[in-house]
Write a protein that binds this ligand. Sequence first.
Ligand SMILES: [Zn+2]
Length: 403
Amino acid sequence: MAINYSELAKQVEAASQSLNDGMVKFLGDLISIRSYTGEETPAVERTLQEMRNLGYDEVWMDTAGNALGRIGTGNKIILYNAHLDHNEITDEREWPHPPLQPVIEDGVMYGLGASDCKGGVAPIVYGAAIFKKLNLPSDYSVVVMGATLEEDAEGFALRSLVERDGLKPEVVLLAEATDLTLRRGHRGRCEVRVRVSGKAAHASSPELGDNAILKMVPVIEAVEKMNKDMPSHSLFGKGNQVISLINGPHTPNSVPSWCEITVDRRMVPGETMESITESFRKVVAPFGAEVYIPEQPVKTHTGINLDGPSFYPGWLLPEDAPLLEAGKKTFHALWGEEPHVNIWRFSTDGTYSAGAAGIPTLGFGPEEEKYVHTPQDQVNLEKVRKAAMFYALFPVLYAAQMG
Ligand SMILES: [Zn+2]
């Protein structure tokens, strides 16, 4: 039976209007709850409560403390992801309104995390609820994830959901800032440490030691030169790296026995931990230096350690992917136009889903990138409502696409 998409779009529009007050209230409540990375408990509880009130088929918190809700019973899963944690307030005096007091002016909600990413959490929670309320045709379950830990360690909480708790989504939709366009990838990043060893001695008898700082000098020059010869990508351009920290024993009256630099590396899709460490090793091993990718310490609000390598691969969804096609068709069914398709500047939980696990991943969100991590943090409420419409209709178009 042919599906009448314009009729479905009208129903979705009407449902989004009737649920809009509840969604705006929920978004305001989320903004008023402080939720630094690793301290998301109240925001997670508030999200679970909203899912219960909206009649989700199943509502739970996973081991890593993500808020999760499921609509439908199909084995095949579409995962909607937006994170509940937000970055730190630097100077509260720069904010037009107190960061934790949501204010609505001219259809725009202001407050901490509005654009990153609470303005994405509210519409995925409500979009899936509209999908359920209208009983729209799809063989898929939708699982909505109010994610934790994204600001400090993007992808770690999603990795735990998939690998520890065994949820296997077929595709992932990320509700990070896209201003109602589609995003199909981003560069990756990682931290690399390069270390040389020397021999300690009292500074009064330096000839007895071997100065690790002096041994590091040619290493630094060689590492900086690597920028001339970075892997390149037609869409993302060249990778780059910056020597961002230098460290050693803090003993001013000794010949230093070791010296270590930290390098922030930006990667194009396809680079791996092995390819990165190998490219460094080739350059620094002749100087006797060692290379490693450090562990990122991560503790969930539920008290679990999720430490893992400080490595966040880049990714790109192919232009002909069914997921991208379904995203375009959903947009077209709702608004009769083609959406813009682009890539993100910043990193997201997609670094795990697409970059590490190879799960097709796509971005669509109402928030605007220019307000992310700024005192002007805000989200346009009409865009939030439109995003909810998108999430409500998407499972229908995706199921049709997969036929
Ligand atoms: Zn974000």
